[in-house]
Ligand binder design. Structure first.
Ligand SMILES: [Zn+2]
Length: 368
């Protein structure tokens, strides 16, 4: 050692010492960093444990809510790894949740203590402020509010348990039946009218895919509700259906009784369908109408339309041009026409083709 020290020059010695110093510092800083890290992690873990063991109910509830919102299997690890910015955000969120929980607690306590008059006044104030603010908002603001509401609703419904869902539905059913029991007949009619309008508008706007899915949902709901209905419920439903059908039939018979005149009298010569006041009876006289076929000559009286009646009473010796034995029947209706819809058939039957022949003379003159 002594030899070595003797051999090395002052410059070499300085360099060696410098190197050793740097090495030592590195070692120390590494050890320091490791220890610091362990110490911090421990601190965080202990802090968390202490926070979890705090007796305040509100903080506990807030933590629970945070855990539901941000599920993390190892919270202390994630906290140790988070950046300072993330930590800021987390703490802010925690504080917010605690504050909100406190607010909720305060609200529920004060509401439990208020009298019915105070409650009514508060609700009235709420209603008024709501309607005022809604009257002021622009359509964009309204859309944003509704979108927020929808989002909040869907989120909270996705998180609710089956018991909570049942309780909510029960509450809805109860409030609905209460408000309906209170409404006057005019209010009821207005509500039904509004529902009908809304339904028809939304159905007119739905796409074919939406239409299909709605029908599918309806079918599914129906089969589900029928599968769980009791025998008594089924009986009531069938009775209701029967009453509805009877009512419908009664309506049809009322219409039939009101419109009691039909186009069902058939002329026996031209087979034209007419109303009862468009036909007359005719006593057959073979001397006047020798052209009548045997089946009509033997029958008396005949039911004829005014046109045929006029013809047979005239001195004409030829049958009416539209008489059925004149073979003007065009035969069976072609399949192409039979496949058309009623309105299309009516459109075709209204077409009356005609030809007008005009003889020109000279230079394109009509008469000359
Ligand atoms: Zn006729």
């Amino acid at each position: 050692m002594k030899n070595k020290q003797r051999k090395e020059t002052a410059t070499k010695r300085m360099r060696r010492l410098e190197k050793e110093k740097i090495k030592r510092q590195e070692k120390l800083s590494n050890a320091h960093e490791g220890a610091r890290r362990i110490r911090l992690e421990k601190k965080v873990f202990i802090n968390l444990l202490q926070e979890q063991l705090k007796p305040q109910q509100n903080v506990k509830l807030a933590k629970k809510r945070i855990a539901i919102l941000n599920p993390c299997p190892e919270p202390w690890k994630s906290k140790a790894m988070e950046t300072s910015a993330e930590r800021e955000v987390r703490l802010e969120n925690d504080q917010r949740e605690v504050r909100l929980e406190n607010d909720r607690h305060f609200k529920s306590t004060s509401r439990a203590m208020e009298t019915s008059a105070e409650r009514e006044a508060r609700l009235e104030h709420d209603r008024h402020s709501k309607s005022t603010s809604r009257a002021k908002e622009t359509s964009a603001e309204r859309e944003v509010r509704l979108e927020n509401d929808r989002h909040f609703k869907s989120t909270s419904r996705a998180m609710e348990t089956s018991a909570e869902r049942e309780a909510r539905l029960e509450h809805d059913r109860h409030s609905k039946s209460t408000s309906r029991a209170k409404e006057t007949s005019a209010e009821r009619e207005a509500r039904l009218e509004h529902d009908r309008n809304f339904k028809s508008t939304s159905r007119a706007m739905e796409t074919s895919a939406e239409h299909k899915s709605r029908l599918e949902n309806d079918r599914h709901f129906k089969s589900k509700s029928r599968a769980i209905e009791t025998a008594a419920g089924r009986k009531i439903r069938l009775e209701k259906d029967r009453l509805r059908i009877l009512k419908g039939n009664a309506d049809i018979s009322t219409v039939t009784n009101t419109i009691n005149t039909y186009c069902d009298s058939i002329c026996e010569i031209c087979t034209k369908k007419t109303y009862p006041n468009q036909v007359t009876t005719y006593r057959v006289s073979t001397s006047k109408a020798p052209y009548l076929p045997a089946e009509l000559a033997q029958k008396t009286p005949l039911l004829l339309c005014h046109r045929c009646n006029k013809h047979v009473n005239s001195s004409k010796q030829t049958p009416p041009s539209k008489a059925y034995w004149n073979s003007l029947d065009p035969g069976a209706i072609p399949e192409v026409i039979l496949q058309l819809f009623q309105p299309e058939q009516r459109l075709l039957s209204r077409i009356i083709p005609f030809v007008k022949i005009v003889r020109y003379s000279g230079r394109f003159e009509q008469y000359g």
